[in-house]
Each structure stands twice: as structure tokens, then as C-alpha cells.
Write a protein that binds this ligand. Structure first.
Ligand code: SF4
Length: 79
């Protein structure tokens, strides 16, 4: 069976997003909000706690960019 181009692209994209796990060490977080600005699909700033939190631990390529931009390096993205 031959799979056509666009269908294959969609399936590969879903496979990548589902297999990505995002973790945040809240003890280390300084609440700068950079991650929530870069990737609001995954991170949210909990203003009461003064720390970020993960609102969706799967998916979103921007989570990697947020992890790279975190000033204290408390975000990890596992694939
Ligand atoms: S970028 Fe890092 S330090 Fe800043 S709010 Fe997000 S997790 Fe916390």
C-alpha cells in the first residue's frame, strides 16, 4: 500500500507531538514568564505562586525553544 504525501506528513507530525514530554522544576523557576511568552500552548505563568506551570505536557515544538530560553534551565523536553 502506498501512502500519499499530505496524509503521511500529518501522521508523522502527530507522532512527534505525542511522544514529547515537557517537565518543569518549579523549585528552580524564578517566574520570569519567558516560557509562557514563547510557548503559551504549553506554559502558563501562575501569578499567585510566582512560577510557571505546564498546562499541556505533550507536544508543541515551541517547548524546546522555551527550554533553551529559560534563564535557569529548569525546563526539560524529552522525546
Ligand atoms: S522561563 Fe524558566 S524561570 Fe522563567 S518562568 Fe519559565 S520556567 Fe520559570
Amino acid at each position: 500500500m502506498t501512502l500519499q504525501g499530505p496524509w503521511v506528513k500529518i501522521c508523522l507530525w502527530e507522532e512527534v507531538t505525542v511522544s514529547m514530554i515537557v517537565k518543569l522544576d518549579r523549585d528552580e523557576c524564578i517566574g520570569c514568564g519567558v516560557c509562557a511568552q514563547i510557548c503559551p500552548e504549553v506554559f502558563e505563568l501562575d501569578e499567585d505562586a510566582g512560577k510557571a506551570k505546564v498546562i499541556r505536557s505533550e507536544g508543541a515544538e515551541c517547548a524546546k525553544e522555551a527550554a533553551d530560553s529559560c534563564p535557569v534551565g529548569c525546563i526539560t523536553v524529552e522525546e
